[in-house]
Design a protein around this ligand. Structure first.
Ligand code: FE
Length: 215
């Protein structure tokens, strides 16, 4: 069995978010797809360990911001590789509350946004599939392209977080430096790590150089 076959399935990248008790919660997912058009319903897959997961169960709402190819790496660093249990993910990122359900969305970054009411959930091992009816959606940046998972891997050198359904553990190269935030590995194909300027940041998550560890 060749697990790399799983990379041949197409995905995008999204901030999945909700609001509970007037507090915003969110995480990055790579699985969101339309199920029906009448009414418009969307399914998302979310790891049950994610803080956002439990908040969606309680709020019975979720929003999706479809990330663009030019999404700043800090969005991945905050929403993809950190937990809302530890930090306020929304403190340093600009967002608005949607008009329909007052859910936190990112029209300045995303190409499109959706607000959904939860209509069904299905627990599947490590993940829950949430199905929501779209109550509002908009194209926020008509000239931007949505980021595909392939683009994230190949152009942005993105690495799947351990909670992603597509996460595959892999061997690391020798003499490499690993980002302690997102797992990005800086290897010997690049100029030596020690020679990088102090203003260099992780291309995936925006972490500073001191957050890298030698492997
Ligand atoms: Fe990183």
């Amino acid at each position: 069995m060749d697990n790399l076959a799983l990379y041949k399935l197409s995905y995008g990248l999204y901030v999945l978010s909700t609001t509970l008790d007037d507090k915003p919660f969110g995480c990055i997912i790579n699985t969101a797809f339309q199920i029906t058009s009448k009414p418009p319903q969307i399914a998302v897959s979310c790891n049950r360990d994610n803080f956002t997961h439990d908040k969606i169960v309680d709020s019975k709402t979720f929003a999706i911001s479809v990330l663009a190819e030019d999404t700043p790496p800090e969005i991945f660093g905050t929403f993809g590789y950190q937990s809302g249990r530890d930090i306020d993910k929304f403190a340093e990122h600009e967002y608005i509350l949607g008009e329909a359900l007052s859910l936190p969305i990112f029209p300045n970054i995303a190409v499109a946004t959706f607000e959904c009411k939860l209509v069904k959930k299905m627990e599947v091992g490590t993940h829950t599939i949430f199905i929501g009816e779209v109550v509002d959606c908009d194209i926020s940046r008509p000239d931007a392209d949505e980021m595909t998972y392939r683009y994230y891997h190949e152009v942005r050198n993105g690495v799947a977080p351990k909670n992603a359904p597509t996460y595959i553990e892999k061997e690391s190269a020798n003499e490499s430096w690993e980002c302690s935030v997102c797992g990005y590995v800086y290897d010997e194909d690049h100029p030596p790590f020690e020679e990088l300027g102090d203003d260099w940041v992780c291309p995936v998550c925006g972490a500073t150089k001191d957050l890298f560890n030698k492997k």
